[in-house]
Design a protein around this ligand. Sequence first.
Ligand code: UDX
Ligand code: UDX
Length: 461
Amino acid sequence: MKDANFSKKILCIGAGYVGGPTMAVIAAKCPQYKVTVVDINAARIDAWNSDKLPIYEPGLLDVVKQARGRNLFFSTDVDEAIREAEIIFVSVNTPTKSFGEGAGKAADLQYWELTARNIVRVSQSDKIIIEKSTLPVRTAEAMSRILNANEKGIRFEVLSNPEFLAEGTAVADLENPDRVLIGSQLTAEGIKARDAVVEIYANWIPKERILTSNVWSSELSKLVANAFLAQRISSINSISALCEKTEANVSEVSRAIGMDSRIGNKFLSSSVGFGGSCFQKDILNLVYICQSWGLTEVADYWEQVISMNEYQKRRFVQNMVKVMFNTVAGKRIALFGFAFKADTGDTRESPAISVAKQLLEEHSKVVITDPQALDNAKIDLADYADKLEFIPDPYEAAKGAHAIAVMTEWKEYKTLDYKRIFSDMERPSFIFDGRNVLDHKALFDLGFNVFPLGQPFHKHF
Ligand code: UDX
Ligand code: UDX
């Protein structure tokens, strides 16, 4: 289709885990729009233009292929793309600030602001700018100031449209979201811009699931949604520690409380800890905002969710050391999985990073296996490269090991031939199931000493 025939021109700046899949789904669902995704990272853009996408996400390649070259384009020509777009989603990264005021908590907004200034510099017409990156409450206001301080007479309407997709299920989450949230100013221009964005999503999402609100509620809702989800995991993980002392079984507790329809049964799986790029960052951000408004008690309350997660990761390794006769020095330990959850190659804030580092401090020989995340694992642990092995085949990884620790709930780990694995391991052989996904009784019967999370141990001594 010729450019002039597209009914809208949409741009996304930032071709990461959020920008790439979101735009691919919009393009696939709306062939009448031209959708361009730009990024300053040329290697990433090349990958989006190939059959080996830069992120692993089930079903994503099919969606990309459906639209790429038709109405979906990946490019590094940021300026040209800004000039022609009417609607610009900004999905650049907003990591936790590592320097200056708010270091370790506040969001680092430098990429967002640079992007905003670049938009002002090259734009020649009015545009709708949409925050897709998670940002502190009232960032839209600051961005609106920067954008509208231009002397060209151009008007930028800033909206907030947070992304709620989870990695590993991104395509399904985008095709069939629980809700889409669009925050705007409640002025005539704000509502007009909001309606233009509602129209995009209404191509495939029922209208009643497209919520609108003021900008600040929308920005805050994203932080609060992630804080609540993470809080549930920390809550059940705190109970896993108690279960281990009392011989209660955390899975039974989860099932029992989850059947209360007021509580609900999702996000109640005890684990070695939550990871991912969002939970910790967004809670720290929430804590920082509360502190900066003098809401110390509120900040402390949410900070506990992170403390509990740190405790769970530490507790996991302390338990390994204790049951392996108080030393793991020189012992080969195979980490099964390194991704922060199954079905992704993403390792950002993965609990496996912390577990690997703690084991290295204990002088273990750590071997890491994962079906998708080994490249990222090598980057995360680059400082320890000479002390680690990365082995794609789990059978090879477990050879000669004293222990296996399951870090990621990959399906394939449930169906491995553990009899074969056991025969190649040192004695006594240990399995620490940091995701409670294996058949513990069957493993015990094969000869393993099995240590689940928050459940009775199965040991031969
Ligand atoms: C990002 C934010 O980190 C998160 O807060 C938000 O909720 C959604 O967007 P994600 O897509 O996972 O999440 O980030 P990442 O995979 O790091 O992608 C960001 C991309 O922006 C990178 O490819 C980076 O190269 C690009 N970028 C960054 C630009 O194109 N321009 C910049 O100035 C900075
Ligand atoms: C999360 C939110 O779910 C999503 O809405 C938001 O847009 C981004 O942040 P994501 O980080 O991709 O998505 O994955 P999620 O499925 O939420 O899992 C986060 C972490 O919690 C993972 O490490 C996962 O293993 C862990 N988890 C999840 C548990 O430990 N137990 C559970 O019951 C659920």
